[in-house]
Write a protein that binds this ligand. Structure first.
Ligand SMILES: NC(=O)c1ccc[n+]([C@@H]2O[C@H](COP(=O)([O-])OP(=O)(O)OC[C@H]3O[C@@H](n4cnc5c(N)ncnc54)[C@H](OP(=O)(O)O)[C@@H]3O)[C@@H](O)[C@H]2O)c1
Length: 241
């Protein structure tokens, strides 16, 4: 039986590219998306390239939707070997909001997808992950979630002061540290990765990296022989928390 990967927010950008690459590593790919039409189109495109791809409706902001996605996967596939928490939002880059001017709603909405959404999926998918025997959770974070990097004036990203996005990724990293310890006895590894600054709707055309380059570290963590746990990495190695 193929390994099964579930990727949230996988109709475009980094998530879609990861789906394409993991399909070529013989994974069955479950495309999690909140937009039904976009989910079906993505699956159709992947199948045209020979992938074993399936659409799983999920809005990570809606716990009932996350729960029903877990139920659908339980009935149809019975396990998840690799869970990639990729769905994410960033409202500040486009609006250029100053941290002190941020609305409480924008802060909550950002944490909704980037932090609570990731937790909800892990929580409701746990039986599926345990069923895989040796599962992996990959949280798609960002160097912008690294407090060490953001407080270093020499760091390239020092000036990117987007409070909601950055702190939601810091919180996601805290989830990684906590759950890596909690789930070690279940043989489930939990890691955070940074894809770098990538040309996507979120990353914008100003980004220097392609989706292929951004997806590579996720594919590596999904396919490497022995996965570490409780780490924060990019293609160059460990990133400070
Ligand atoms: N691009 C970069 O430079 C960069 C750098 C570091 C980290 N990252 C991280 O990489 C991940 C992927 O980002 P990307 O650059 O590929 O951006 P993207 O092209 O904008 O993709 C984001 C995906 O998340 C989905 N999503 C958002 N909210 C959702 C929800 N409530 N339920 C389900 N899906 C939802 C979006 O679906 P809709 O189309 O329905 O909105 C979309 O498919 C994110 O976690 C991001 O923070 C990106």
């Amino acid at each position: 039986m193929n390994k099964i990967v579930f990727i949230s927010g996988a109709t475009k950008g980094i998530g879609y590219e990861v789906a394409q690459q993991l399909a070529s590593h013989d994974f069955t790919v479950l495309i999690g998306a909140r937009n039904i039409q976009q989910g079906e189109v993505a699956v159709e495109k992947l199948r045209l390239h020979g992938a074993d791809a399936h659409f799983i409706p999920i809005d990570v902001n809606d716990e009932l939707s996350v729960k029903s996605a877990a139920e659908v996967i339980t009935k149809q596939f019975g396990k998840v070997d690799v869970l990639i928490n990729n769905a994410g939002v960033n409202y500040e880059f486009q609006l250029g909001t100053r941290p002190s001017m941020l609305s409480v709603d924008m802060l909550k909405d950002t944490f909704g997808a980037n932090f609570f959404g990731a937790f909800a999926i892990i929580h409701h998918f746990l039986p599926l992950l345990k069923q895989a025997g040796a599962a992996r959770i990959i949280n798609v974070s960002s160097t912008l979630g690294s407090l060490t990097s953001l407080s270093d004036p020499e760091n390239f990203f020092y000036g990117v002061n987007s409070l909601a996005y950055n702190s939601s990724k810091t919180a996601l990293n805290a989830l990684t540290v906590s759950l890596a310890k909690d789930l070690a006895d279940d043989n489930i590894t939990v890691n955070s990765i940074c894809p770098g600054w990538v040309k996507t709707d979120m990353g914008t055309d100003a980004a220097p990296r392609t989706v292929e380059q951004g997806a590579a570290i996720i594919v590596k963590m999904a396919t490497m022989g022995n996965s570490p746990t409780g780490k924060f990495v990019d293609e160059n190695g460990e990133i400070p928390w």
